[in-house]
Design a protein around this ligand. Structure first.
Ligand SMILES: [Zn+2]
Length: 247
């Protein structure tokens, strides 16, 4: 695998060669789905709600124009105006832009890619904002603050902190620059504290040997049976109607 850059970071070759936070989370959810994604046999459908986050990401990255060229019909109408579904992204950008602290945490080097070895496997990561010697910040556009914990960003913080340290940049704090898609946008900077990051890293260390073996084809993947991938490859079973009435 050659050096990772913006063009090949999300490629199949890169996903086969490296673990990433999202790949690790896929393995936790369903090993069969994770493998299918790595092999390019399955792609998670992007919802409109997720694409609002993409727009905000790309604005901070300074690549909105490129996005407009790449996918002209998804985000924009023929007359060039942003589609109604995505106006929330515009509102969020306009709101956080007026906040000095939010912009300060997002003012680092954008989309910096690092690769490193950890727990016996090669890893890749891409940071939203990296301020050398100061902090790592990841931008999150979520439904509301309560949903932040659901997405397990502690795992991301743990890997990013470890990656930055392994690559010789020292141990830096990890922050989420979070904004909400609520009717009136809320936004704050959340620090994930060190004990939480340490615990998340230990969790990854514990689970990774199994995932490395599955990814290498040494062990058979477990099928969760309920995810979109499992549904797409399943065969019909005879089931008892009564099981639907339980619980
Ligand atoms: Zn599954």
């Amino acid at each position: 695998m050659q050096k990772l850059n913006d063009d090949n970071y999300y490629s199949q070759a890169a996903n086969e060669a490296f673990f990433s936070v999202s790949q690790y989370k896929d393995f936790c959810k369903c090993e069969a789905m994770a493998l299918a994604k790595i092999r390019g046999e399955f792609e998670q459908k992007q919802t409109k709600a997720m694409l609002i986050g993409t727009l905000v990401d790309r604005w901070f990255e300074g690549t909105l124009d490129k996005l407009r060229e790449e996918s002209p019909n998804i985000f924009y109408c023929r007359n060039g105006a942003l589609r109604a579904d995505f106006r929330k992204a515009d509102e969020i950008i306009k709101r956080v832009q007026k906040d000095d602290r939010f912009m300060l945490y997002m003012s680092g080097e954008k989309q910096k890619i690092l690769t490193f070895e950890m727990f016996g496997a090669p890893w890749k990561m891409k940071m939203d904002s990296f301020v050398q010697d100061i902090c790592i910040t990841d931008l999150k556009v979520v439904q509301n603050f309560k949903s932040l914990a659901f997405w397990r960003y502690d795992l991301q913080g743990a890997v990013y902190q470890a990656g930055v340290e392994t690559c010789g940049y020292g141990r830096l704090p990890f922050y989420l620059a979070a904004t909400t898609k609520e009717a009136v946008t809320d936004f704050d900077i959340f620090q994930i504290d060190q004990p939480t990051l340490d615990m998340a890293l230990r969790e990854i260390e514990g689970k990774l040997p199994r995932f490395i073996a599955v990814k290498a084809g040494l062990e058979k993947p477990h099928y969760c049976g309920v995810c979109d991938y499992c549904k797409s490859v399943k065969k019909a079973r005879i089931r008892n109607y009564s099981e639907l009435l339980e619980g």
